[in-house]
Design a protein around this ligand. Structure first.
Ligand code: NAP
Length: 293
């Protein structure tokens, strides 16, 4: 049994709550900014009503053995306000977010060795604050080591595909390669099918090639076939799909542009790897957002 707090009860936090509840042996605390009268997760196996304590203020947070942060990457400072009250001495913080800088984001708030980066794959959407739809299985990949193994154990007996991976850097960068190309639909305000266009597809290949080059400089094992594989995957997806960057832009929310493309530019500069297409995408998207504020 573990006491587990989930900070950020959106699509991913909600699915994680449903999975941990299905283990039948954990005490779950939901940390939200607003009161949550109920939470129902429509899983592929049917609806799950979450039976957990809800706290809306860091001052009321109980002490727990694990914290799972599932806010967007741009909400780290707000999420961090929960950590001091929640964490039992030495309690780990699992960061379930996109990107490759999970540890760096939380290093100002938590000892480096207590931060566990998690790469999440799971098609899920928050339809309302109380209703989450999970459209497929959840895969959770963590670095090998004692913390990673303990995290995987929390999900034993659940439907989650939770596993330690020997080369986490490569797993994280491979996911980033996919996410990097998602900037194009967000820029164009067109669903994912826009990558079927030949010229847009060529730009996507460039964006992903830059990500591959920077990822390699960071130690990821990414072969030359990755850009074509990413483009093929986009073209095989339903043409009306809306990625989360695009959805955030449509909703007027902040976007994970820095975690998805800005990071390629920043780390490219560090390694002397040119990233003109990602630089342009970030600059254009940021300028467009500023123009509408
Ligand atoms: N959704 C997917 O299919 C998917 C798949 C793979 C990876 N991811 C990644 O997983 C991460 C989470 O994404 P998501 O889709 O679950 O996002 P989401 O649905 O937008 O949920 C984020 C949640 O964080 C909450 N939050 C923000 N600041 C908070 C704070 N200070 N205290 C408490 N709660 C706070 C938000 O609450 P409010 O309601 O108050 O705004 C919201 O409920 C992102 O990095 C995303 O890229 C998502």
């Amino acid at each position: 049994m573990a006491r587990i707090a989930i900070v950020g009860v959106g699509a991913i936090g909600g699915v994680v709550a449903a999975l941990l509840q299905s283990a039948g042996r954990h005490e779950i605390v939901l940390c939200t900014r607003r009161p949550l009268a109920e939470l129902v997760v429509e899983t592929p196996d049917g609806p799950v009503r979450i039976d957990a304590a809800v706290v809306t203020s860091p001052g009321d947070a109980p002490v727990v053995d694990w914290v799972m942060v599932a806010t967007k990457a741009y909400d780290v400072a707000g999420a961090a306000k929960w950590l001091e009250g929640l964490r039992a001495p030495g309690a780990p913080v699992a960061v379930l977010q996109n990107g490759v800088e999970h540890r760096e984001r939380f290093a100002p708030y938590v000892p480096f060795e207590s931060i566990l980066p998690v790469i999440v794959d799971c098609p899920a959407e928050r339809k309302s604050p109380t209703r989450i739809v999970q459209r497929g299985g959840m895969s959770l990949k963590v670095p090998s080591g004692a913390l990673g193994s303990a995290f995987v154990d929390l999900f034993a007996g659940t439907a989650a595909d939770a596993a330690v991976v020997p080369d986490f850097t490569t797993v994280a960068w491979r996911k980033l390669c996919h996410n990097a190309a998602g900037v194009l639909p967000a820029l164009l305000l067109q669903p994912g099918g826009v990558l079927r266009d030949e010229a847009i597809g060529d730009v996507a290949l460039q964006i992903v090639s830059e990500c591959v080059a920077v990822g390699r400089a960071e130690g990821a094992q990414l072969d030359d076939a990755v850009p074509e594989a990413v483009l093929k995957a986009y073209r095989a997806s339903p043409p009306d799909s809306i990625n989360s960057l695009h959805a955030d832009r449509l909703a007027g929310r902040p976007m994970e542009i820095d975690a998805r493309n800005g990071v390629i530019v920043r780390l490219g500069k560090k390694h002397g790897v040119p990233t003109p297409d990602n630089s342009m995408a970030v600059a254009l998207l940021e300028a467009m957002v500023r123009a509408t504020q």
